[in-house]
Design a protein around this ligand. Structure first.
Ligand code: C5P
Length: 229
């Protein structure tokens, strides 16, 4: 087991971000900037992460026509994030455009395709007209992402075993939806514990609220790191 821990900085406040990074950066080296933080604080927040010696994972899940995603990707690469997300439901042409744009500007950012959000279950997929099982949908989208040249995917830990079997050892699999044992009342549905996710083949696990809303974020992060070895 050698997966890395990424902490999701889902907040509106720069002060909270700075405090969390200061608390955690001795043991956490990658922080995820998603749409909430990016929209509230602007792209400068990526520099805040980097100036504190950590890497930034820019999780804006681009999903638009290929031309727009291509330009958004070029703009995102300027901030030198370690990883950037696009949404695989944008289709293979959009995914290829994202890869071409990244290559065109000579960036080393890894492009990851979000498959089916970890907050969606079978009932939610049916509601939006997707009738295959969650596993089938995720595998189909992940295979398309790999064929389009992406470096990896974001998927629930529940699909990690089949993804790892199908996509090979080198493809990056990032798994959010990590929860400690016991009930946690929030919006995540396809969850697993950190150790199980890593044993299933995750390259990185993303943990947000279980760490950031803990009274002791450092102790919680240490506990998760110990669990995943
Ligand atoms: O707080 P929590 O641990 O649920 O945070 C999970 C993070 O991972 C959030 O920032 C969310 O946007 C992100 N994410 C997810 N499911 C995906 C892709 C990203 O939960 N499929």
């Amino acid at each position: 087991m050698s997966a890395k821990l990424i902490v999701a900085l889902d907040t509106d406040e720069l002060q909270v971000v700075e405090k969390l990074i200061d608390q955690l950066s001795s043991i956490v080296k990658i922080f995820k900037v998603g749409s909430q933080l990016f929209t509230a604080c602007g792209p400068e927040v990526l520099q805040v992460v980097q100036q504190k010696g950590a890497e930034a994972f820019l999780d804006l899940k681009f999903h638009d026509i290929p031309n727009t995603v291509s330009h958004a990707m070029e703009a995102a690469c300027r901030y030198k994030p370690l990883m950037i997300t696009v949404h695989t439901l944008g289709g293979s042409q959009m995914l290829r455009s994202a890869v071409q744009a990244r290559n065109h500007v000579g960036s080393s950012a890894k492009i990851l395709g979000v498959t089916i959000l970890t907050s969606l279950d079978k009932g939610a997929l049916e509601e939006i007209g997707l009738s295959a099982s969650v596993n089938e949908e995720v595998l189909c989208l992940a295979q398309m992402a790999q064929a389009a040249g992406l470096d990896g995917v974001v998927a629930s830990p529940q699909e990690t075993v089949i993804l790892r079997q199908s996509l090979g050892e080198d493809f990056i699999i990032v798994t959010p939806g990590i929860r400690p044992s016991g009930p946690m009342n929030d919006d995540q549905r396809r969850t697993m514990q950190a150790k199980e996710a890593v044993m299933a083949g995750a390259s990185y696990i993303v943990v947000g609220r279980p760490i950031t809303q803990s009274p002791d974020p450092l102790a919680q992060a240490k506990k998760i790191l110990e669990e995943i070895g």
